[in-house]
Design a binder for this molecule. Sequence first.
Ligand code: MG
Length: 250
Amino acid sequence: MKIARYLAHGQISYGLVDGDSVKELSASPFEDYTVTDHTHKLSEVKLLAPCIPPKILAIGLNYSSHLHDRPGPTEPMVFFKTTISVIGPDDTIIRPKDTTRLDAECELVVIIKDKCRNVSKEDAMSHVLGYTCGNDVSARDWQREDRNWWRAKSSDTFSPAGPYIVDDIDPSNVRVMTRINGNEVQNESTSYLIFDIPTLISYCSKFMTLEPGDMIYTGTPGEPGEMKDGDVCEVEIEGIGILRNPIKVE
Ligand code: MG
Protein backbone atom coordinates (compact mmCIF):
# COMPACT_ATOMS: atom_id res chain seq x y z
CA MET A 1 0.00 0.00 0.00
CA LYS A 2 1.26 3.45 -0.96
CA ILE A 3 -0.78 6.45 0.22
CA ALA A 4 -0.41 10.03 -0.99
CA ARG A 5 -1.97 13.26 0.20
CA TYR A 6 -2.38 15.73 -2.65
CA LEU A 7 -3.97 18.85 -4.01
CA ALA A 8 -6.01 18.61 -7.21
CA HIS A 9 -8.46 21.20 -8.54
CA GLY A 10 -8.27 23.14 -5.28
CA GLN A 11 -9.17 20.13 -3.16
CA ILE A 12 -6.96 18.20 -0.72
CA SER A 13 -7.46 14.42 -0.71
CA TYR A 14 -5.79 11.20 0.30
CA GLY A 15 -5.32 8.58 -2.38
CA LEU A 16 -3.91 5.16 -3.09
CA VAL A 17 -1.00 5.30 -5.52
CA ASP A 18 -1.19 2.73 -8.33
CA GLY A 19 1.58 3.04 -10.91
CA ASP A 20 1.51 6.59 -12.28
CA SER A 21 -1.99 7.37 -11.03
CA VAL A 22 -3.67 7.93 -7.68
CA LYS A 23 -7.16 6.77 -6.65
CA GLU A 24 -8.95 9.04 -4.22
CA LEU A 25 -9.92 7.64 -0.81
CA SER A 26 -13.37 8.38 0.63
CA ALA A 27 -11.79 9.40 3.96
CA SER A 28 -8.37 9.71 5.57
CA PRO A 29 -6.33 6.52 5.98
CA PHE A 30 -6.82 6.86 9.75
CA GLU A 31 -10.58 6.30 9.34
CA ASP A 32 -12.71 3.64 7.65
CA TYR A 33 -12.31 4.44 3.98
CA THR A 34 -13.06 3.02 0.60
CA VAL A 35 -11.03 3.47 -2.58
CA THR A 36 -13.19 5.46 -5.01
CA ASP A 37 -13.18 5.42 -8.81
CA HIS A 38 -11.99 9.03 -8.84
CA THR A 39 -8.50 8.88 -10.38
CA HIS A 40 -5.79 11.42 -11.23
CA LYS A 41 -2.47 11.11 -13.00
CA LEU A 42 0.26 11.58 -10.37
CA SER A 43 1.90 14.12 -12.69
CA GLU A 44 -1.23 16.28 -12.53
CA VAL A 45 -1.50 16.60 -8.73
CA LYS A 46 0.61 18.51 -6.21
CA LEU A 47 1.89 16.06 -3.60
CA LEU A 48 1.62 17.36 -0.02
CA ALA A 49 3.15 16.15 3.24
CA PRO A 50 1.56 12.69 3.58
CA CYS A 51 -0.47 13.64 6.67
CA ILE A 52 -0.94 16.44 9.18
CA PRO A 53 0.61 15.14 12.40
CA PRO A 54 -1.01 16.05 15.75
CA LYS A 55 2.57 15.98 17.08
CA ILE A 56 6.07 15.11 15.96
CA LEU A 57 8.47 13.19 18.19
CA ALA A 58 12.05 12.95 17.01
CA ILE A 59 14.93 10.81 18.27
CA GLY A 60 18.47 12.12 18.64
CA LEU A 61 21.69 10.08 18.72
CA ASN A 62 20.09 6.89 17.44
CA TYR A 63 22.89 5.62 15.13
CA SER A 64 26.38 4.91 16.48
CA SER A 65 27.83 6.40 13.27
CA HIS A 66 26.32 9.77 14.30
CA LEU A 67 27.71 9.73 17.86
CA HIS A 68 31.40 10.45 17.14
CA ASP A 69 33.02 10.79 20.57
CA ARG A 70 29.71 11.16 22.44
CA PRO A 71 28.61 8.29 24.70
CA GLY A 72 25.66 6.22 23.47
CA PRO A 73 22.31 6.97 25.11
CA THR A 74 20.93 4.53 27.67
CA GLU A 75 17.33 5.51 26.87
CA PRO A 76 15.86 7.01 23.65
CA MET A 77 16.71 10.71 23.44
CA VAL A 78 13.37 12.24 22.42
CA PHE A 79 12.58 15.82 21.45
CA PHE A 80 9.70 17.62 19.75
CA LYS A 81 9.40 19.25 16.38
CA THR A 82 6.46 21.55 15.71
CA THR A 83 3.72 20.60 13.25
CA ILE A 84 3.86 24.08 11.67
CA SER A 85 7.38 23.23 10.42
CA VAL A 86 6.06 20.40 8.18
CA ILE A 87 6.38 20.85 4.40
CA GLY A 88 5.86 18.40 1.54
CA PRO A 89 7.76 17.21 -1.53
CA ASP A 90 9.22 19.98 -3.71
CA ASP A 91 8.39 22.68 -1.14
CA THR A 92 11.25 25.07 -0.40
CA ILE A 93 13.35 24.75 2.77
CA ILE A 94 13.95 28.29 3.98
CA ARG A 95 17.43 28.77 5.43
CA PRO A 96 17.11 31.51 8.11
CA LYS A 97 19.56 34.26 7.27
CA ASP A 98 21.24 34.35 10.68
CA THR A 99 22.04 30.66 11.13
CA THR A 100 25.66 29.83 10.29
CA ARG A 101 25.15 26.12 9.57
CA LEU A 102 22.00 24.39 8.26
CA ASP A 103 22.15 20.61 7.90
CA ALA A 104 19.95 17.96 6.30
CA GLU A 105 19.24 14.79 8.31
CA CYS A 106 17.68 11.85 6.46
CA GLU A 107 15.38 9.85 8.71
CA LEU A 108 12.88 7.02 8.46
CA VAL A 109 9.60 8.45 9.81
CA VAL A 110 6.98 6.24 11.49
CA ILE A 111 3.32 7.22 11.00
CA ILE A 112 1.11 6.14 13.90
CA LYS A 113 -2.22 4.54 12.93
CA ASP A 114 -4.41 4.80 16.01
CA LYS A 115 -4.67 6.21 19.49
CA CYS A 116 -2.54 4.18 21.89
CA ARG A 117 -0.76 4.38 25.23
CA ASN A 118 1.50 2.07 27.22
CA VAL A 119 2.13 -0.12 24.21
CA SER A 120 4.39 -3.15 24.63
CA LYS A 121 7.25 -3.73 22.19
CA GLU A 122 5.44 -6.87 21.02
CA ASP A 123 2.30 -4.86 20.21
CA ALA A 124 3.97 -1.72 18.87
CA MET A 125 3.94 -2.50 15.15
CA SER A 126 0.16 -3.03 15.16
CA HIS A 127 -0.15 0.73 15.80
CA VAL A 128 1.86 1.73 12.71
CA LEU A 129 0.08 2.87 9.55
CA GLY A 130 3.32 3.03 7.55
CA TYR A 131 6.55 4.91 6.93
CA THR A 132 7.71 7.94 5.02
CA CYS A 133 10.93 9.87 4.37
CA GLY A 134 11.77 12.77 6.66
CA ASN A 135 14.40 15.48 6.73
CA ASP A 136 15.10 16.66 10.29
CA VAL A 137 16.46 20.03 9.18
CA SER A 138 18.86 21.29 11.86
CA ALA A 139 20.45 24.69 12.48
CA ARG A 140 23.62 23.41 14.18
CA ASP A 141 24.79 26.70 15.71
CA TRP A 142 21.41 27.20 17.40
CA GLN A 143 21.30 23.54 18.44
CA ARG A 144 24.65 24.00 20.21
CA GLU A 145 24.04 27.42 21.73
CA ASP A 146 20.34 27.53 22.68
CA ARG A 147 19.09 25.95 25.90
CA ASN A 148 16.14 24.49 23.97
CA TRP A 149 16.03 23.27 20.34
CA TRP A 150 12.89 25.23 19.47
CA ARG A 151 14.34 27.14 16.52
CA ALA A 152 17.23 24.76 15.76
CA LYS A 153 14.80 21.96 14.86
CA SER A 154 11.41 23.65 14.36
CA SER A 155 11.79 26.88 12.43
CA ASP A 156 9.31 27.14 9.54
CA THR A 157 9.97 24.50 6.81
CA PHE A 158 12.34 22.44 9.04
CA SER A 159 10.30 19.21 8.80
CA PRO A 160 9.99 18.04 5.18
CA ALA A 161 8.08 14.73 4.92
CA GLY A 162 6.93 12.52 2.06
CA PRO A 163 6.41 11.64 -0.70
CA TYR A 164 4.21 8.69 0.37
CA ILE A 165 3.20 6.55 3.32
CA VAL A 166 4.26 2.99 2.53
CA ASP A 167 3.49 -0.07 4.66
CA ASP A 168 5.20 -2.87 2.78
CA ILE A 169 8.86 -2.27 3.61
CA ASP A 170 10.96 -3.95 6.28
CA PRO A 171 11.62 -0.90 8.51
CA SER A 172 14.36 -2.78 10.36
CA ASN A 173 16.52 -2.97 7.22
CA VAL A 174 16.08 -0.26 4.59
CA ARG A 175 18.72 2.16 3.36
CA VAL A 176 18.26 5.81 4.28
CA MET A 177 20.16 8.30 2.11
CA THR A 178 20.76 12.02 1.60
CA ARG A 179 22.04 13.64 -1.58
CA ILE A 180 22.79 17.33 -1.88
CA ASN A 181 22.96 18.51 -5.49
CA GLY A 182 23.25 14.83 -6.42
CA ASN A 183 26.25 14.14 -4.14
CA GLU A 184 25.63 11.44 -1.58
CA VAL A 185 26.38 12.54 2.00
CA GLN A 186 24.52 9.93 4.06
CA ASN A 187 23.73 6.27 3.30
CA GLU A 188 23.07 3.71 6.00
CA SER A 189 20.70 0.86 6.83
CA THR A 190 18.07 1.23 9.57
CA SER A 191 19.43 -2.08 10.88
CA TYR A 192 22.00 0.12 12.70
CA LEU A 193 19.37 1.99 14.74
CA ILE A 194 20.42 1.92 18.42
CA PHE A 195 16.76 1.83 19.57
CA ASP A 196 14.55 0.02 17.05
CA ILE A 197 11.05 1.10 16.09
CA PRO A 198 9.11 -1.15 18.53
CA THR A 199 11.31 0.15 21.34
CA LEU A 200 10.72 3.79 20.34
CA ILE A 201 6.92 3.39 20.13
CA SER A 202 6.78 1.53 23.42
CA TYR A 203 9.03 4.08 25.16
CA CYS A 204 7.21 7.20 23.88
CA SER A 205 3.77 5.74 24.62
CA LYS A 206 4.76 5.17 28.26
CA PHE A 207 4.58 8.90 28.84
CA MET A 208 2.32 10.25 26.16
CA THR A 209 -0.76 9.10 24.24
CA LEU A 210 0.12 8.54 20.59
CA GLU A 211 -2.53 9.65 18.11
CA PRO A 212 -3.42 8.89 14.48
CA GLY A 213 -1.00 10.69 12.19
CA ASP A 214 1.69 11.29 14.81
CA MET A 215 5.15 11.19 13.25
CA ILE A 216 8.23 9.70 14.89
CA TYR A 217 11.49 10.79 13.19
CA THR A 218 13.77 7.90 14.13
CA GLY A 219 17.20 9.56 13.97
CA THR A 220 19.91 10.17 11.40
CA PRO A 221 23.13 8.27 10.59
CA GLY A 222 26.66 9.41 9.85
CA GLU A 223 27.73 12.90 8.98
CA PRO A 224 24.92 15.23 7.81
CA GLY A 225 25.62 17.61 4.95
CA GLU A 226 25.11 21.36 4.83
CA MET A 227 22.33 22.95 2.74
CA LYS A 228 23.09 26.33 1.17
CA ASP A 229 21.15 28.79 -0.94
CA GLY A 230 20.19 27.28 -4.30
CA ASP A 231 20.97 23.66 -3.31
CA VAL A 232 18.59 20.77 -3.86
CA CYS A 233 18.35 18.17 -1.10
CA GLU A 234 17.07 14.64 -1.68
CA VAL A 235 16.23 12.19 1.09
CA GLU A 236 15.64 8.72 -0.32
CA ILE A 237 14.50 5.57 1.45
CA GLU A 238 14.41 2.26 -0.36
CA GLY A 239 10.83 1.25 -1.14
CA ILE A 240 9.32 4.63 -0.23
CA GLY A 241 10.73 7.10 -2.75
CA ILE A 242 12.56 10.41 -2.91
CA LEU A 243 11.73 13.51 -0.86
CA ARG A 244 13.21 16.39 -2.85
CA ASN A 245 13.34 20.01 -1.61
CA PRO A 246 15.13 23.10 -2.91
CA ILE A 247 16.83 25.48 -0.43
CA LYS A 248 16.56 29.25 -0.39
CA VAL A 249 18.01 31.76 2.03
CA GLU A 250 15.33 33.80 3.80
MG1 MG B 1 17.57 14.10 13.66
